[in-house]
Design a binder for this molecule. Structure first.
Ligand SMILES: *[C@@H]1O[C@H](CO)[C@@H](O)[C@H](O)[C@H]1NC(C)=O
Ligand SMILES: *[C@@H]1O[C@H](CO)[C@@H](O)[C@H](O)[C@H]1NC(C)=O
Ligand SMILES: CC(=O)N[C@H]1CO[C@H](CO)[C@@H](O)[C@@H]1O
Length: 561
């Protein structure tokens, strides 16, 4: 196996391939990426510097040896994040601290495969043989879940709303619901254009509009569809308040007169090298925009969906007609922008954290939402024209072609379809945020069930997934923080992990997070139901706006059916 190493590092263009572009008195930030031309299961990196460092800090790898008077360091991949797919790459950030006035030069060599077999858990991340996938979880385990209201789903729903309130960036309102959060990133903007507000994406503090907009319209779909559940459990006002936050932010990001849409604030590299509360961060937070010359119909399309769905919610549920009108105008203009200037945003902006490989789906969903908001036939025609897959088109037309797509999707997710199941019965699609895929699948099944497709069967299956997440699993834990008596204590989330009383915060602090991140659905178990509550395992323990979106809709749908 050969691995190529590129130092894109942030240190002076002298010897040893290291470039320091960002150093301060006593420190510099570096990064290397491992590009794999074969699948890699574990790697080791050897860093050699010409001057001693006081300390080397790494987040995404373990520092296993320090040699030669602090000039040489050995890093090893984390057991739960050791694998790099063929053609994939992994970036490793590090921060060096030194006392000499001369900036040290460092070089890195990387070997794939581990020299020590110190990680007994290594094989858990390896793919299953395909025969095993098919035979697991054929439905027999699911039957025990069928006991109507086994958990307090309304409580789980109300907690999920609070998770989004904990993700708020900008100037918090007087009624802020999260006691350990304060104002942050008040100066986000570009040349005097204010871009404060919105949601932090996950455990980090970048604002990525692509997942933010997708989460917003997914949450709104569940809210509109299951609004009586929100009303019955007195969550309507909380939800209207929660969902207005990203919508207000998108209104700041979209400047129709200039055909400009800001889709990201924050540089993932700079952001990820800081472990502290958003209230204490001081790194540069650049803003990125799409324009007709650098289009992004994917991110603009999802934002149009958020605006149009927001229009319906604020007009028909939240009782704010003026705001609903503002949202509709924005939905129409950004949809035109997305449709008239077609392109994939991540092609123009590789520094974006979330890639995209197309935009037809986003345009179709946006047009379908706009049709629901306006009943203007031109939007329905567009929705059909751009359509790839979709639930909304079935809602609108009841056409059997679209119905069959939904049936096919759910069938594929259920036992007996092509999807992988854990031995305990969780639909498992990926090691990153495995819980989210199960929750999304449950949400779609419940939407279909409410529309009369295979009702009983779909509800039973969706309930098995939700119950797994809330406690029907091998550990008897809830993967939603704050729910029940046993839940994750160490989510990978800086605001939750750092104390409010000091600006010092150590990633390696062994204690539970001092601030409880109520409502967050953590990443989830591996394909063997194996999970560890460790902050450094961001694969299983990160949280994110998009993880909770389908989950919250599924909880409301579960109560409804
Ligand atoms: C599949 O279901 C049958 C009963 O219908 C059961 O005997 C068998 O053990 C199940 N297989 C798995 C892997 O759960
Ligand atoms: C349903 O949709 C399909 C695909 O767009 C189309 O070919 C078909 O004519 C539609 N059926 C009806 C009854 O409108
Ligand atoms: C990846 C890379 O930039 N490698 C360079 C490191 O430095 C040596 C010697 O200066 C070059 O030959 C490599 O191409």
């Amino acid at each position: 196996m050969r691995v190529a190493v590129f130092l894109t590092a942030i240190a002076s263009v002298t010897a040893f391939n290291v470039t320091v572009t960002n150093h301060w008195n006593g420190g510099f930030q570096g990064k290397f990426s491992i590009n794999a031309d074969h699948a890699i299961y574990g790697w080791r990196a050897h860093i050699v510097c010409n001057n001693p460092l006081d300390k080397l800090e790494v987040l995404k790898a373990d520092l296993t040896e320090t040699r030669n008077g602090n000039k040489e360091f050995v890093l090893e991949s984390k057991p739960f994040d050791a694998n790099i797919a063929d053609g994939g790459s992994q970036e490793v950030d590090f921060i060096c601290h030194f006392t000499e006035s001369i900036v040290p030069n460092c070089a890195v060599t990387v070997n794939s495969g581990r020299s020590h077999s110190q990680y007994p858990g290594q094989q858990t991340a390896l793919p299953f043989p395909s025969e095993q996938r098919r035979t697991q979880g054929n439905g027999t385990r699911l039957s025990r879940a069928v006991s109507a209201m086994k958990y307090d789903y309304a409580k789980a729903l109300s907690l999920s709303i609070l998770f989004y309130d904990a993700q708020r960036s900008g100037k918090l309102p007087p009624h802020n619901h999260i006691p350990w959060r304060g104002d942050s990133a008040l100066h986000d903007g570009d040349n005097g254009h204010d871009l404060s507000g919105g949601w932090y994406d996950a455990g980090d503090h970048v604002k990525f509009n692509f997942p933010m907009a997708m989460s917003t319209h997914t949450l709104l779909l569940g809210f509109i569809k299951f609004q009586d559940v929100y009303k019955h459990f007195h969550q309507k006002d909380m939800m209207c308040d929660m969902i207005k936050w990203p919508l207000d932010y998108f209104l700041k990001c979209w400047i129709p007169s200039q055909q400009t849409y800001y889709f990201q604030v924050g540089d993932p590299n700079k952001d990820h090298s800081f472990w502290g509360r958003p209230e204490n961060m001081h790194m540069d937070r650049p803003a990125f925009k799409i324009t007709p010359a650098h289009p992004g119909s994917d991110v603009a399309g999802d934002t149009a969906s958020a605006f149009a769905a927001g229009h319906i919610a604020f007009k028909t549920i939240c009782g704010n007609a003026a705001y609903a009108d503002t949202l509709l105008q924005a939905a129409k203009s950004i949809y035109d922008f997305a449709k008239n200037h077609q392109g994939i945003y991540s092609k123009s902006f590789p520094q974006g954290g979330y890639g995209s490989n197309g935009f037809k789906d986003e345009l179709s969903v946006a047009a379908a939402w706009l049709y629901q908001a306006t009943h203007d036939a031109k939007y329905l025609n567009d929705a059909k024209q751009f359509h790839e897959t979709g639930y909304l088109l079935y809602e609108i037309t009841k056409n059997v072609t679209y119905k069959n797509e939904i049936i096919h999707y759910v069938k594929d997710n259920k036992p007996g379809g092509t999807a992988t199941y854990t031995p305990c019965g969780l639909l498992w699609k990926d090691q990153w945020g495995s819980n989210r895929y199960a929750a999304n699948g449950a949400f779609i099944a419940l939407l279909a069930a409410v529309d009369g497709i295979e009702t009983h069967d779909y509800v039973t299956w969706a309930m098995s997934q939700i119950n797994y997440l809330l406690g029907d699993n091998n550990y008897g834990i809830s993967y939603e923080i704050g729910f029940g008596s046993k839940y994750p204590q160490h989510p990978h989330h800086r605001g939750s992990a750092c104390r409010t009383t000091t600006t010092q915060c150590s990633f390696a602090d062994p204690g539970p997070n001092p601030n409880v991140l109520n409502g967050a659905l953590v990443g989830g178990p591996d394909a063997h139901d194996h999970y560890e509550d460790r902050r450094d395992d961001y694969v299983k323990n990160e949280v994110a706006c998009d993880y909770n979106a389908g989950f919250q809709g599924a909880l409301a749908g579960k109560i409804k059916k």
